[in-house]
Design a protein around this ligand. Sequence first.
Ligand code: NAD
Length: 497
Amino acid sequence: MTTTTAAPLDAVAARALLPAPGLLIGGEWLRTSSAAPFPHVDPATGRPTAEVVLAGPAEVDAAVAAARTAFPGWRRTPPGARRDALLRLADLLAGSASELAALTSVEMGQPFKAARAGVGAAVEWFRYYAGWADKLDGLVAPVAPGAALDYVVPEPYGVVAAIIPWNGPLISLALKVAPALAAGNTVVLKPPELAPFSSLRFAALAVEAGLPPGVLNVIPGGPSAGAALCGHPDVGKISFTGGSDTGRAVATAAARNHTPVVLELGGKSASLVFADADPAVTGKLAALLGVAQNSGQGCFLPTRLLVERPVYEAVLERVVGVVGGLRLGDPFDAATVMGPVVSEAACHRILAVIEDAVDAKAGRLCAGGRRAGGDLAGGFFVEPTVFADADPASRLVQEEIFGPVLAVLPFDDEEEAVALANDTRYGLAGYVWTNDVRRAHRVADALDAGYVSVNGMAPLPPQAPFGGWKASGCGLEGGRAGIDEFLRPKNVFVSLR
Ligand code: NAD
């Protein structure tokens, strides 16, 4: 049955929706585990939310075993039945959109409106990949016409480990779980301890949608559970989203078992604003995309703003003006534009980076820079922060901060803009702002990034492949390429003589 919930009016109503802590393994809910529980804290208030049951090594083993047991049946399920199961799940997600969004707001502080849009996107990803389930054809290779038949069949890997971050758990899981299941794999999904609630509700909806036991297992866990999953010899493929350094550890663990990986990692993407772009529009968008959206906690957000010198001061002034007017606050307040950052530790880390940048004179602090006080003092709120004239070699410009901190730099010409944009270890996204169509294509061609956006930004459409280069990862999510990641081709040669 579809559970439709009206938008909760406040955090109290949202907390009443918290799912019972537990782990879904082989279709059964485990309410205790071998690992110590995690005391989750509401980032908006700093108050305890719930004790999260986490997977220890025994539960990781059990989840992989359950997925392995379920694999032959799911693989042989008619593709149309897999499609229908995923469509039912998409409908249930859509019917529970307000509830799922509320859980997202409680677990990681994202404003409810943005979280609601994220659920809508997750639903689209499930519908899109449901549609692929019955269209996964192979090919006949013209090896020796008449003398042999040589064909290629796409086959699922078996057990897929899907490891997700906390900064958009529902959309992150949709990008992995939907194509993995559509392709006939079974899944062990590991949400992080900081944001387990929306994934647990998702797990319950998957059961309601009729996914057979063990086809989807959901085990909230910390880094040790992630490491155990990545080193498990019965995992056929790993799809990981998280930080670049964690990604390296994942790839190292996977290599021991020759397990293939998809890595969606960190970023330090740049907006390149040319003088012919409208400074009012670009200033506003730069402030919202680079600082406010998800409190800067987004892998592909443009946290570096490169501006052509003739419009530098005008764009900077506009950015600082917009940032100064951003409303921080309760994620459930409709007027809130920016929520808290995810945790006390994240808050301290971000403030330390800001302090270091000030001490090292890595840039000129033009806005923000402090923890928000007053009514917000109990939560983990960092003021939206802007550094102008940032030093290209500084940590401020080179490293992902994953908080509401924007570094602004001037450039003199297209060549310098591209060189600055490409001068980090990351290669996730690039945003070009210009009305010159030739320049737009030239710059898109020159950027070392897996995704380039011109004069706007698409909100992760499922039809388009998305993935990072360099330290931002390898492999793709989205489009046909995103489901091919969960299929391995088998070549079969049959002699006809
Ligand atoms: P993280 O790397 O700390 O954790 C990500 C996940 O990995 C969590 O589930 C965590 O428990 C698990 N994990 C930690 N150590 C592990 C290990 N050794 N082996 C296996 N799993 C392990 O990242 P985070 O703080 O949760 O998320 C923020 C990061 O994610 C940022 O760097 C951000 O850019 C990145 N991210 C990338 C994309 C993308 O599409 N490229 C999307 C969202 C977030």
